[in-house]
Design a protein around this ligand. Structure first.
Ligand code: FAD
Length: 467
């Protein structure tokens, strides 16, 4: 078993920032990330085999990521890339799988910081499992780090500001963006941006993306979404509809667009698998319509010795993730005696102020683009909700009626959530059905409990660990 003082899961903005602060305080730090290169989603790096001829094409997040990553080469930080944390049975030991060596190993630590980020929120509607229907995050990652376009005639549908950078990056890559559909309405929110002068950088960023979209004459429609994808082996048509206030389609407004790709950008859901596996409490965030890992102002969870930072605690963007990472890194280092509590707080005084500002802006965005019930009711009886186990809406509804809406029993009756994704894709969809059938609010329905391995690993590697 390997040993470190502070183990950090996730080399995104939150994990990297936690590592820098903890190592600056004198702690020996190990960061583990399943991707082959550090940076997470925001600072995503192209594969090391790619030769970059023109760095200026890579955008501002790439440049900022380069600077951050160059500071990581500090002697106190060990980076284990290409390494998945597939389980954790006690707060001081992580179960790892190293892809290149095809081996499982263990890492023990005095403190653990979980910074595993988020994933795209799925929305189910007829045809959503057809090839060509992908998430906006996936499309962005493809263009941003692999320089591959997901298709040539692309429709974006979703809610929230993330659609803008995706559309602008697709245009830059040469795709024809047929339309960007925003489920929300403009309403009066434009004038309610909190203390705009404190968030000018974000407003300017959005302006740049919007400028690119408008310049390319891409229609940007508010109060519209995709309600069906049609095609034989691949998406060929997208049926779109205007939405009422509760995001139910308005009958008679349907239009058909010819596309080969539909990107769904309905926001993100915090990744809770590891914290929940360790028994950390979760809390339901109503504005976000999602469960988050609960933590105190020092990023400490309900489990002694386990901290969380970044989007596992709620969707706040990379600035919030970096501030939370700094807090978690310094408080964990202080916990093991590397730095006094007062000195840690001194170092954090500016960070805490910035964190407050960034959270103010992100909670404004989460409230503004909060999803309404109709968006969760687009699926039909034969629409698949659980892709891994091919379980339909009708089957989930039947099970929910039989058991009164218990997520655990729905899982046992239908196998929804038991496949390789362990409920990451279908969990929130099944929870919506359970609330609709049982009449309980989603906050009353405990989120599903993941089981290890939280992501697939070869059985041979597990078997070797037991020998
Ligand atoms: C697909 C996707 C694309 C996004 N693209 C953008 C973008 O371009 N611009 C933007 O502003 N925001 C983007 N976001 C939002 C983004 O998540 C945040 O802005 C920011 O990156 C959050 O930082 P984080 O450190 O909390 O998480 P992340 O950046 O997501 O980092 C989490 C890291 O944890 C690792 N990890 C997770 N689970 C495990 C495990 N079990 N074992 C080992 N490693 C693990 C992941 O590989 C990842 O590197 C994207 C989100 C997603 C889901």
């Amino acid at each position: 078993m390997d040993r470190t003082e502070i183990a950090i899961v996730g080399a995104g903005p939150a994990g990297l920032s936690a590592a820098l602060e903890a190592s600056r305080a004198g702690a020996r730090v190990t960061i583990i990330d399943e991707y082959s290169r550090p940076g997470g989603q925001y600072f995503k790096q192209p594969p090391s085999s790619f030769k970059l001829l023109d760095r200026s094409l890579m955008g501002r997040d790439y440049q900022a990521g380069q600077e951050l990553l160059s500071r990581i080469s500090d002697g106190n930080i060990t980076l284990m890339s290409g390494t998945l944390v597939w389980g954790a049975f006690s707060p001081d030991t992580l179960e790892l799988y190293q892809e290149e060596r095809g081996e499982c190993l263990r890492l023990s630590s005095d403190r653990t910081i979980i910074a595993t980020g988020a994933y795209d929120r799925p929305i189910a509607f007829p045809g959503w499992t057809l090839p060509g229907v992908i998430t906006a995050g996936a499309a962005h990652s493809l263009v941003k780090s692999q320089f591959v376009l997901p298709g040539s005639r692309v429709l974006l549908a979703g809610s929230g500001p993330f659609q803008l950078p995706v559309a602008s990056q697709l245009l830059k890559g040469g795709a024809q963006v047929v339309a960007v559909l925003e489920a929300g309405r403009v309403g009066g929110w434009v004038t309610r941006v909190p203390a705009i002068w404190r968030h000018l950088d974000k407003v300017n960023e959005a302006k740049d993306y919007l400028g690119a979209i408008l310049k390319a004459r891409v229609p940007y429609e508010f109060g519209w979404t995709v309600i069906e994808a049609r095609g034989k082996d691949h998406v060929e048509d997208a049926v779109i509809s205007q939405l009422d206030e509760n995001y139910h389609p308005i009958s008679g407004t349907e239009r058909v667009l010819q596309v080969d790709t539909i990107c769904l950008g309905f926001g993100f859901i915090p990744s809770l698998q590891l914290p929940r596996l360790l028994g950390c409490e979760s809390a339901y965030d109503k504005g976000l319509s999602a469960w988050v890992t609960a933590c105190d102002e020092n990023q400490a969870t309900s489990v002694q010795g386990v901290y969380v930072a970044g989007e596992t605690t709620g969707i706040g963007g990379h600035d919030v993730a970096m501030c939370e990472g700094a807090v978690a890194g310094l408080r964990a280092a202080s916990d093991i005696g590397k730095i006094g509590s007062d000195e840690a707080e001194d170092r954090l005084s500016k960070v805490r102020g910035n964190l407050k500002n960034h959270r103010e802006f992100s909670s404004f965005l989460n409230r503004t683009f909060s999803l309404r019930p109709g968006i969760f009711e687009l699926a039909r009886e034969d629409t698949i909700l659980c892709r891994c186990e091919e379980v339909t809406l009708g089957e989930v509804e039947g099970a929910a009626m039989e058991c009164g809406g218990s997520i655990r029993t729905i899982k046992q009756l239908t196998r929804a959530g038991m496949g390789p994704c362990q409920g990451r894709i279908c969990g929130s969809l099944v929870a919506q059905v359970a609330t609709r059938i049982s009449g309980n609010s989603i906050a009353e329905i405990a989120p599903d409990t993941p089981r290890p391995p939280i992501k697939p690993i070869p059985l041979g590697a597990l078997a070797k660990l037991a020998l």
